[in-house]
Ligand binder design. Structure first.
Ligand code: GAF
Length: 394
């Protein structure tokens, strides 16, 4: 058993005990879905472009058992006072605020897709920080989607579960996310990043094992928080749509040469479109380097992605810019903000031997600016969502 599998089994066993304490009954199983880091390809998913995420070793556990009726019961270890019990048949988009809207939305979306899911008890636990740009919402949706499918004996293909989880977030919760985070959580493999063509839904596993090259990918949670539901994400989507329409294209993926962007008379739309065009190119180039075993050379592309997100897409935030500057000055090969923007995490690619110096550089920059200390998170490329058997007691 690998270290990750042993840890997951122990978590599943503890989850069964929490479930029994909460519901007075034994669960039927536990499902674990990871958060993700997007190596590169930011704000390209809803523009039909390319993304390159990998799954984290951290995630969300859904411990579940069927009830034999139509009620979905929801409890979270992170929100002790926030339980819900509602009939699945009565669920309406927007009706359940807060965290419970995500799992309830998945049950709703499963039914909407024609899958006959029935009443269930769910106990949720997560070791992903919320709002850190690591897809805690997608991990929650994907763990619940897999639990519902398995418990009802439904052989739903993984990519259909991706679409169901995304629909729960788009149409039930009301967050206009793209398809990347749910794809990463459900489709990633250990030691690999996932190249996803968001237009065709074609995927390819791309070797990504920094440790094998003496490198490390650091995830730095800057502590700044802004939820996706806030307006910035939706307004960027709208601007991209407007830019594509002004160019007479179906989406910004269809831009084939940067000179086409000169036809955009609005400089703001031109900047947004330039980010999407250049970012898609950076994803393709990163994949080429990874496949050639030249991971160290991807650092410059990460930093170029950050600059594009900061200057053209305008979604970076002060802590991210400061962290990127500090780590690159301290010798990191490259660094960039990840996720929807306006808060969350930064990644930095560095030689393992430089890791301590690079972490210290961010610590001291944050302390100099009197910001809360950043948090460093392990980023080993890990397995996608799965059922986790409870291990034997220690
Ligand atoms: C968030 C969204 F959920 C993704 O779909 C993606 O658009 C990302 O922001 C930006 O690349 O994580």
């Amino acid at each position: 058993m690998t270290v990750g599998a042993a840890r997951a089994a122990a978590w599943s066993r503890r989850g069964a005990a929490w479930f029994a304490g909460a519901y007075g009954a034994a669960p039927e199983g536990a499902w674990l879905a990871p958060g993700r880091v997007n190596l590169i390809g930011e704000h390209t998913d809803y523009n039909d472009g390319f993304v390159l995420p990998f799954a984290l070793g951290r995630g969300t556990l859904a411990v579940a058992g069927r009830r034999g009726d139509d009620i979905i019961e929801l409890r979270s270890r992170q929100v002790p006072d926030g339980g819900e019990a509602v009939s699945i048949g009565s669920l309406q988009p927007g009706a359940i605020p807060g965290w419970a809207g995500y799992p309830a939305g998945v049950a709703w979306a499963m039914r909407e897709a024609g899958h006959p899911v029935a009443g269930i008890r769910l106990l949720i636990d997560s070791d992903l920080p919320r709002g850190a740009g690591l897809s805690s919402s997608a991990a929650l949706e994907c763990a619940v989607a897999l639990a519902l499918a398995d418990l009802h004996g439904l052989a739903v293909p993984r990519f259909e579960l991706v679409l169901i989880a995304q629909r729960a977030e788009n149409d039930f919760v009301g967050v206009p996310c793209g398809i990347m985070d749910q794809s990463a959580s459900l489709l990633c493999q250990p030691g690999q990043a996932l190249l996803l063509d968001c237009r065709t839904a074609e995927t390819a596993a791309v070797p990504f094992d920094p440790a094998a090259s003496g490198l490390e990918l650091l995830v730095i949670d800057t502590g700044a928080r802004r939820e996706l539901a806030d307006g910035g994400y939706a307004s960027r989507r709208g601007e991209c749509d407007r830019a594509a329409r002004a160019l007479g294209l179906g989406s910004l993926r269809d831009v084939t040469d940067i000179s086409q962007l000169a036809r955009l008379t609005d400089p703001l739309l031109q900047r947004r479109a330039r980010h999407v065009f250049t970012e898609n190119q950076r994803v393709i180039e990163t994949v080429r380097l990874l496949r050639a075993g030249r991971l160290g050379e991807t650092g410059a592309l990460l930093t170029a992605s950050h600059e594009s997100l900061r200057d053209d897409f305008e979604i970076s935030w002060p802590e991210a810019d400061a962290a990127v500057s500090a780590v690159t000055e301290a010798g990191a090969l490259g660094a960039r903000m990840i996720g929807g923007g306006f808060g969350g995490s930064v990644i930095a690619l560095a030689a393992q031997r430089d890791s301590a110096r690079i972490r210290a550089s961010v610590d001291s920059e944050f302390s100099r600016r009197r910001w809360r200390p950043p948090r460093f998170i392990d980023a080993t490329p890990s397995a996608g969502a799965r059922r986790v058997p409870a291990g034997p007691p220690p």
